[in-house]
Design a protein around this ligand. Structure first.
Ligand code: CP
Ligand code: NVA
Length: 315
């Protein structure tokens, strides 16, 4: 990529869905649908300039199956190269600052995707990098996942605007990105979780300022009633240490056939995976006809091709 763009323009970061406007997100999703239709060979019109010489660095401070593989394949299908780095491979793991790591990597590579323990690490990286930075999950949010989920919803049910989605379980990082998406894509989100596990205050305040249609309660059946989509996630996210306590609090929020029967006719079930059958979801639901979990996983590939293309300057 041209050195000039590093020095004269702000990189196009993909940090969170509340940090980008609705029309940009719509453009990325439309590109993702088109990328999926096009298959493995990316049409020239979607390829960012200079992609054949471009390298994506992927930094992992936490484990990953889907994010690691789908970003790797996405960048290769666009025509570029990838480099996968665990933080213990880097001097970062021995105390080199994120700022210096960002400055150094920016001299070699063209975009950075990071899965970080702390959201502040992502923000620091974006602050000091001269190339685009992409959020591949932090303790706060998981925007690439929810872009794939919105794409999956649209494949099943058409435009999500005006529909009702129920989030049942922990008010975690994925829930926060769903809240951002509800505002940006104009749908209703009903969050059902124990009071103690509500999504973080700053996300609730942001939705309120944006006048988003997001409600919060502790009654799972009430949230699910008439919803077009029911979403849940693991009860214990990576890095959380109070597993036993969380499991006890979240037991009433397991998604089973009885809960799904309260949803709208033809409602779909989503889970970002990895899933724990018999905990947050029963086997008959996640492996049943309403489940679209593997479409969500596949759509990570298509949506991330579009995110990379946008970050690297296509359209
Ligand atoms: N859903 C998701 O991000 O999966 P991985 O943790 O396997 O990347
Ligand atoms: N909430 C989960 C999502 C995993 C993709 C976690 O952070 O571990």
């Amino acid at each position: 990529m041209a050195t000039k763009s590093r020095t004269t323009q702000q990189p196009r970061h993909f940090l969170d869905l509340d940090a980008l406007d609705a029309s940009t997100l719509r453009k990325i999703l439309d590109m993702a649908h088109a990328m999926k239709r096009a298959g493995k060979k990316t049409p020239a019109k979607f390829k960012p300039p200079g992609i054949e010489q471009a390298t994506l660095a992927m930094i992992f401070e936490k484990p990953s199956t889907r994010t690691r593989v789908s970003f790797d394949v996405a960048m290769r299908q666009l025509g570029g190269q990838t480099l996968s780095l665990n933080n213990t491979d880097l001097q970062l793991g021995r105390g080199e600052s994120i700022a210096d790591t960002a400055r150094v990597l920016s001299r070699y590579i063209d975009a950075i995707m990071i899965r970080a323990n702390s959201h502040d690490t992502l923000l620091d990286l974006a602050r000091y990098a001269a190339v685009p930075v992409i959020n591949g999950l932090t303790d706060r949010s998981h925007p690439c996942q929810v872009m794939a989920d919105i794409m999956t919803f649209e494949e099943q049910k058409g435009p999500i605007k005006g529909h009702a989605v129920a989030w049942v379980g922990d008010g975690n990082n994925v829930a926060v990105s769903w809240m951002h998406a509800a505002v940006r894509f104009g749908f209703e989100l009903r969050v059902a979780c124990p009071d103690e596990l509500r999504p973080e205050r700053s996300a609730i305040d942001w939705v309120k300022r944006e006048k988003g249609a997001v409600s919060y309660g502790s009654d799972a059946t009430k949230a699910v009633r008439g919803a077009d989509c029911v979403v849940t996630d693991t009860w214990v996210s990576m890095g959380q240490t109070d597993g036993a306590r969380r499991k006890k609090m979240l037991e009433p929020y397991a998604v089973d056939a009885r809960l799904m029967s309260a949803a709208a006719k033809g409602a779909i079930f989503m889970h970002c995976l990895p899933a724990y059958r018999g905990k947050e979801v029963t086997e008959d639901v996640i492996d049943g006809p309403q489940s679209v979990v593997f479409d969500e996983a596949e759509n990570r590939l298509h949506v991330q091709k579009a995110i990379l293309a946008w970050c690297l300057g296509a359209a």
